[in-house]
Write a protein that binds this ligand. Sequence first.
Ligand code: ZN
Length: 112
Amino acid sequence: MRENFTRHVSCISLGDMANCYLCGTRFRSADFQLRRKVRTGGSEHVKFGRDRAVSARTSYGFRIVCGRCGRKIDEAKRQELLIENWKLIMWVLLLLALAAARWSNLASMTGN
Ligand SMILES: [Zn+2]
């Protein structure tokens, strides 16, 4: 009976508090709430056939998430940024390699 009562009370007191948008954790205090840009929806359309096309539409919005999910989002964003940087570095290296190959071709041609 007592347990039922406390559960009932906690339900009421937390009734108007938000849940984490990602994991659904009910916030115990405002301190745990974070605002992060999260994926709120999106659709991916893949058309196969003669004109194969992929169209993706993703919508993002600021939602309240718990500390754990906020950290996860931050970490994912950091890694995404790292990957983007790596892609850029690889592109630069590729261009340099192409330029070097071209230059050595020219050099060998003019040498002969
Ligand atoms: Zn969460």
